[in-house]
Design a protein around this ligand. Structure first.
Ligand code: JDQ
Length: 238
């Protein structure tokens, strides 16, 4: 997969693209992520990317020209990207959308700043995406959240963990099961016996039951959603 990011703050992505699972996926060439400074697509001496809003009002708006110039330049050759615009009030990002986006060969993520982008930029956009009902200062963190959730789903990015997670609950949006590691008892808190039993079938069913129970308690709508889509097995429904 290739992702092109358009932003006026490219430096925000430096650590994200170097560290951890994402950093390894990029350095190994499993995925390609290019961050482009919108300012590099201006033509004036002062490299202006924003302007005051028509009709008055506070703050500044990102001008359409530099963004369109970047889009034209970056789509001259190769497959057309599926274009996302991060927005405070876009479609809510979730695991289902992450799975869908992970199947696209190429993404472009336009990151707004200030009061947002000129409305005409949305003629380039396939999906306006919000990462939650809270207001951030710009679209870069949402872009990193989306890339993190999408890139970890690319085959080979999670390495050998991926196969072990083949039927991963989290990819159906179920909440995770409790994790424990040594010591077996810590400040009087013991690790559940089943996890020390070495009985893999029992451990697997305990974990599945924990995940379903936690999801039913905290996010019953996820269970209803999976039931409606027929994505819960018969034994999971019992
Ligand atoms: N989930 C989520 C996404 C964003 C987001 C995304 C892009 C931009 C571009 C500018 N801002 C700041 C802004 C604040 C208020 C009104 C309009 C714009 C952004 C915020 N906030 N929260």
């Amino acid at each position: 997969m290739r992702i092109d990011v358009l932003t006026v703050l490219p430096g925000l992505f430096d650590c994200f693209l170097k560290e951890g699972v994402i950093g390894k996926a990029i350095s190994s060439g499993k995925v390609e992520v290019k961050v482009h400074n919108i300012r590099d697509f201006t033509t004036d001496k002062h490299r202006v990317v924003d302007d005051v809003p028509y009709g008055g009002g506070p703050g500044m708006v990102l001008k359409p020209e530099p963004i369109f110039r970047a889009y034209d330049e970056l789509t001259k050759e190769g497959e057309k990207p599926y274009v996302l615009l991060t927005e405070p009030w876009g479609e809510k990002f979730n695991q289902e959308m992450a799975v869908e986006l992970s199947k696209k060969p190429r993404l472009m993520i336009i990151c707004g700043r200030y009061e947002g982008v000129d409305e005409r930029v949305k003629s380039l956009v396939d999906r306006e995406v919000s990462i939650g009902d809270y207001v951030l200062t710009g679209g870069e963190l949402p872009a990193m959240v989306i890339m993190d959730a999408v890139l970890r789903l690319i085959p080979g990015v999670l390495g050998n963990l991926e196969s072990l997670r083949a039927d991963s609950f989290s990819d159906r949006g179920l909440l995770g099961y409790p994790n424990y590691t040594r010591p077996a008892e810590f400040r009087g808190m013991k690790v559940p016996e089943v996890l020390l039993s070495g009985h893999h079938k029992k451990i697997e069913s305990w974990r599945k039951e924990q995940s379903l129970r936690k999801t039913l308690e905290r996010r019953p709508e996820i269970i209803e959603n999976l039931k409606r889509k027929g994505l819960l097995t018969k034994e999971e429904l019992e």
